[in-house]
Every structure is written in structure tokens, then in C-alpha cells.
Design a protein. Structure first.
Length: 256
């Protein structure tokens, strides 16, 4: 994922409301979100990076979920680092609590290129970045993360958080409205662009919530609801590469 906005413990019906975009090179092979029966983990619902074998976001019938973004720092280079997608998958496969799992991740976090990870179970939600100091429990509210630390005020993240806050004022949040703001391709004004060390043209092109370039862009959008009983509603919308044309949409409901 490269953009995640979420409302945690901020709605009378839902413990978590999350809207996210995954941005990736169009040529990277990817499997749509589905249950991982073939791999022997039928409780896990997630997409699959078929190049490295991990995932960027997933949930489990046990009520656990995780999502990951890359931390953008062109100077952070490692030789043959492990895939960051395994961090999400390993949590969904484990029996450790969110806090216990992140203690383990922290111990070897610098083996990976920069990342943010959100880890949730039935009682807690944590954020950890190997660019930061240590895991931190997230407090109730509207939050978001892109390719910097949690709640860094980048234009697209601020817009996403504002749109999400507006949406959850209703008794039943509008899923379509969440997908609509995720599809916003408006780029940031030059004076508001983040300065992350990449060329201006690239910084500009990826400053929008929905990204479209010749070879890289938004591959899918996901909306996740988890109610206070633990019931899960997960929808993934996939796009024709380089466009916002909907290629496929699937919804999964996972009861407690």
C-alpha cells in the first residue's frame, strides 16, 4: 500500500473503517484478494505479490489484520533485502498478539528497506516503522499513513483523512464514497509537494491519491470495515493498468 486512511474506534458501529490504495509497477505479478486455501492458510484473506510471495494488506478470520506501506527514502539501499510483504503475512499466520509480534519485527527491522506497518487484533492497534524508534499503540481517531511516518501531513494524506472524517459522520458509512475519494487523481500544488529526495517530475506524478503513469500507478483500492463484534467486510477494486477503469471488484464478508 502507498496510501492508507483509517478511522479507529471513531464510529458507533465500526471499530475500524479503512480505505487504501496500493501503488505498484504494472509489470509486477499480483493475485487478487482471496482466501489462501492453496497455500494452506484458509483463514487468511489477502492479495498476493506473486513475485515475492507476501502481501501488502490482509485480514484473518481470527479478527487480525495488517497493512504495509513503503517508506520513501532513495538513499536507503540494501543488498538483497527480504520482502517487506512477508511482515504482513507472517503476522496473519502467527498466534502472537500484535504487541508481541511487533517486538520481534523491531529486533530485525533494519534488515528491510524502509516501511510502515499497521498491526491490529481484537483489542489493540499498533504502528511501527523501521525509520522510527519503536512500535506505538494507536489512539482512537482519524489517522493515515503514506510513504512517510504515521500522520505526516502530506497533501494527499490530509485530503484522504478529511474525506474519511466526513464519510463516517453518517450512521452507515458510504462504501462507494470511500472508493470515490480514493480515485481522486488531483496532484499537489508545487509549493505543497513533499521533498523526499526524488526528482520533481516523479514527486509530482505520485502526489495524488490515485496515481497514473506509464509504468507505475494505483493497482487496486481496498475498503475494510470491522465492526465492534469483529465481523469483517472487505472489498477490493482492481484497475486496468494505467487507468482508473475498474477491471474487477470483489467483496468478502467474514462473520465472527
Amino acid at each position: 500500500m502507498c496510501l492508507i486512511a483509517f478511522a479507529y474506534q471513531s464510529h458507533p458501529k465500526y471499530r475500524l473503517i479503512l480505505a487504501a490504495n496500493r501503488d505498484e509497477f504494472y509489470g509486477r505479478p499480483t493475485r487478487k484478494a482471496q482466501f489462501w486455501h492453496e497455500e494452506g492458510f484458509p483463514d487468511i484473506l489477502a492479495g498476493k505479490d506473486e513475485e515475492a510471495g507476501g502481501t501488502w494488506m490482509g485480514v484473518s478470520k481470527t479478527g487480525r489484520w495488517a497493512a504495509l506501506t513503503n517508506y520513501r527514502d532513495p538513499n536507503w539501499k540494501l543488498e538483497n533485502p527480504p520482502s517487506r510483504g512477508e511482515l504482513v503475512l507472517n503476522f496473519l499466520k502467527s498466534n502472537l498478539s500484535a504487541k508481541e509480534y511487533l517486538k520481534q519485527v523491531e529486533e530485525h527491522g533494519r534488515q528491510y528497506v524502509g516501511f510502515n506497518i499497521l498491526i491490529g487484533d481484537s483489542t489493540h492497534l499498533f504502528h511501527y516503522s523501521n525509520y522510527d524508534k519503536s512500535p506505538a499503540e494507536i489512539q482512537p481517531g482519524i489517522h493515515g499513513v503514506s510513504n512517510a511516518l504515521l500522520d505526516t501531513p502530506w497533501p494527499k494524506l490530509d485530503h484522504a483523512k478529511s474525506a474519511l472524517a466526513d464519510n463516517i459522520r453518517s450512521e452507515e458509512p458510504d462504501k462507494q464514497a470511500l472508493f470515490t475519494f480514493l480515485a481522486d487523481g488531483t496532484m499537489a500544488a508545487d509549493e505543497d509537494l513533499p521533498k523526499t529526495g526524488i526528482p520533481y517530475e516523479w514527486e509530482k506524478a505520485i502526489s495524488s491519491m490515485f496515481i497514473k503513469t506509464d509504468r507505475y500507478g494505483t493497482r487496486c483500492s481496498s475498503v475494510l470495515f470491522i465492526d465492534h463484534k469483529g465481523n469483517i467486510d472487505f472489498t477490493e477494486r482492481r484497475f486496468t493498468p494505467g487507468t482508473d477503469e475498474i477491471l474487477e471488484e470483489n467483496t468478502y464478508s467474514v462473520p465472527v
